[in-house]
Design a protein around this ligand. Structure first.
Ligand SMILES: Nc1ncnc2c1ncn2[C@@H]1O[C@H](COP(=O)(O)OP(=O)(O)OP(=O)(O)O)[C@@H](O)[C@H]1O
Length: 247
């Protein structure tokens, strides 16, 4: 039986936003990066594009609670990042461009099991699950490997698995493929495509974005264009005079 105060199920089936920026202002150094910025994200796969300095990384950092707005609000699954900062790692996995900025531990096993023990899993079970996650992604037996001795692509993969081990529902990816060779890039792309998480990705790898659900083109802290890749990408290319490879 339903209690008196229990909310009723809403009649509509509108998808709930997983990220919401409302009237966000943020100054970094001397620069007003965002001013009255609002955006609601509901689609499973969203790409952020734009020229250097347009605000892409700053937007991801606001979404991940790594930066707080000076004014306005940022919400993750309806939770205000200012009030729920400590809860955010349960919902959000953040993958930085440079894995050396992310890796904390000397061994792969420690790196991957940390998120799980932080979530309260006993160490033994966390290690078992870390080994299973590695095996699932073609890296069986990597547990004892030294993180500093991995190649860039291997480090990226370990970072991705470490992020996934925390069980986030949203992945924020800041140019995760920029330093990878083509085979490693293709391999990580395949892995990412298969993930169930919602993804918001900053990238200049435009091929990867072609099958995304939505692209947001940022320019000087504002949305210049927002829509399907087949509309946004050609418009962005036009704006920078790019007519395709070799131009
Ligand atoms: N730590 C900081 N201190 C001062 N200004 C900053 C800082 N970080 C970013 N900015 C400024 O904020 C603006 C947006 O930067 P941001 O890194 O978000 O851009 P971006 O679109 O991700 O660029 P890129 O494509 O070069 O990574 C830039 O003008 C930048 O100079």
């Amino acid at each position: 039986m339903r209690a008196e105060h229990e909310p009723t199920t809403p009649a509509t089936t509108e998808p709930k936003p997983h990220l919401r920026f409302d009237g966000v202002a943020l100054t970094r150094g001397e620069r007003r990066v965002f001013d009255g910025f609002s955006l609601t994200l509901t689609e499973p796969r969203i790409g952020l594009i734009g020229n250097n300095g347009s605000g892409k990384s700053t937007l991801l950092r606001l979404a991940g609670g790594l930066l707080m707005p000076d004014a306005g609000t940022v919400q993750v699954h309806g939770l205000d990042t200012r009030e729920h900062r400590r809860d955010l790692p349960r919902h959000i996995g953040f993958l930085f461009q440079n894995p050396d900025h992310q890796i904390l531990f000397p061994t792969v096993e420690e790196e991957i099991s940390f998120g799980m023990t932080e979530n309260g899993l006993p160490t033994k079970e966390a290690k078992r699950q870390a080994a299973a996650l590695l095996a699932e992604h073609g890296c069986a037996g990597w547990e004892g490997r030294a993180t500093h001795a991995l190649s860039e692509g291997q480090k990226q993969l370990v970072c991705l698995l470490a992020v996934l081990s925390g069980g986030p529902s949203i992945l924020l990816l800041d140019e995760p493929f920029s330093s990878l060779d083509l085979p490693t890039r293709l391999d990580l792309r395949r892995r990412l495509r298969a993930l169930p998480q919602r993804v918001v990705m900053v990238t200049h790898d435009f091929d990867l974005l072609r099958d995304f659900d939505r692209l947001i083109w940022l320019e000087a802290g504002r949305v210049r264009m927002d829509g399907a890749p087949d509309g946004v990408l050609p418009a962005y290319f036009d704006s920078v005079g790019y007519a395709g490879p070799g131009t």
